[in-house]
Design a protein around this ligand. Sequence first.
Ligand SMILES: Cc1cc2nc3c(=O)[nH]c(=O)nc-3n(C[C@H](O)[C@H](O)[C@H](O)COP(=O)(O)OP(=O)(O)OC[C@H]3O[C@@H](n4cnc5c(N)ncnc54)[C@H](O)[C@@H]3O)c2cc1C
Length: 504
Amino acid sequence: MESGVSDIYRNVPIEFPDYLRDESRQIGYADSISFPSTEQQVSEHLKEMSAARRPVTTQGARTGITGGAVPYGGHILNLARLKNILTFNDSDDGASITVQAGLSLAELREAVREASRGRFFFPPDPTETSASLGGMIACNASGARTFLYGATRRYVARLRVILSDGAILQLARNEQKCRGQSFQLESECGRVVAGVIPGYRMPGIKSAAGYYVKPEMDLIDLFVGSEGTLGVITEAELRLKPSPRVLVGALVFLDSSQDAIRLVQALKRQPAAALEYFDSHALDLLRTEHHATALTLPGARRAALYIEYHAGSDEESENQLGQLADSAAEIGCSLEDAVVATDEGQMQRLKDFRHAVPEAVNRLVAERKKTAPGITKLGTDLAVPDQFLPGFMVLYQEGLARLGLEHVIFGHIGDNHLHVNIIPRNQEEYERGRGLYLEWAREAVRVGGTVAAEHGIGKLKRDLLLQMYGREAIDQMQSLKKCFDPDGLLNRGNLFPPGSDSYA
Ligand SMILES: Cc1cc2nc3c(=O)[nH]c(=O)nc-3n(C[C@H](O)[C@H](O)[C@H](O)COP(=O)(O)OP(=O)(O)OC[C@H]3O[C@@H](n4cnc5c(N)ncnc54)[C@H](O)[C@@H]3O)c2cc1C
């Protein structure tokens, strides 16, 4: 340990090797790391780095899959110890909880359950419950229940954010807004940050690609989804929803991806909380990884859907299951081997099954990296408007078959947001997979979709952001960043290539 501020550790590659990577399996490099446990320490560490003009990479739980938390030199600010639960508020305006940014989603859920005695819950559910709230807000994470409840942004009521020079901003929803495209914010120490927000138009579907911008926008939204490039989130007040009285999950096995799409189209007319898809390769992967799931998967079935219903009464819940049975019958699908969960233990088994798919892919990629160190997982995060879902399913399947690439397709089919995970066997397959991914992204942008619906851009998808918005918009995003972080110290390499402007 050494430095002007205590708790700054050097020798990162040897003592803290795991902190050089996230779940993308990309490996970075850094000179020092700190684990602040108070907001004041975060501010002090940032001041010190700013004075020395050293870049800083913020880390939550490093479950991100776009390399966002992977350092490209300089200092790592790891927020895992900034995890206090500050207040729980239950008033006529609704319930909220205020927590520090390093708290995990699992810990938050537990705290909400305890404080509200089960009456409220926090809806965003990005599958990986070890993710931190700071990371979820920085990426505007979503997940299976986004289909009904929306993404993390909707639940962020107040934020405390530390800028690169240590200045502290307090942002509250509805309190600081843009005038047209102009904005002005004042930090607690009186630093004024003013500028103009970019003029590009975001797609009309869920998206986590680049900054969230709209004329007259609420300025808190600039920070949600900004991937740590504007400031470090230390604290958040999060809105909660009343817990549904009855929760039911159903895992339905089908004979083909076409059957899955037809059932999804029928189910979209009903109020499901989640509609998730698994292709035959995802099912096969779990069949070969014997311990990955506690469920027995029927041998002959080629696709599956996970459907979750939230209801206010048993009667409503029964109606929902009845509608599912009717929709399946309408399109000639049998539900004989469906797994229906009605209590917490059974629900957890279905959630573990859902989580096991990306986990199994990540394990396989880590294994392959031993012989092909240059590869990473090639996981798409494209979403498209409703009417393009069937065409995209065909586009994915034909492209993958044409190039003979090993893969699984799974994810948020209710939002037309499928994750195609290409699992390259070598560097050559990796390059071919990247080419295919770019083709799909171009097509998604052409039809009004997004290149990153929930994982963000990080360091691995910058070319896709450029493809989506074009050079002029990227320049405007960089100008916005400069207002908050004039020396370009925060999360260098996220959204923009390092050295792509005068920061170099
Ligand atoms: C198995 C698996 C399944 C997943 N499924 C989903 C899914 O369904 N939906 C989904 O949205 N995501 C999913 N993810 C991705 C990931 O869990 C989310 O992106 C999550 O929000 C990242 O949180 P984290 O704390 O791990 O952030 P990190 O990985 O540590 O960081 C992510 C980004 O946020 C920035 N950041 C972190 N904390 C802060 C802070 N306090 N202030 C400012 N910037 C910060 C980092 O610099 C980085 O750019 C999945 C990941 C895994 C491994």
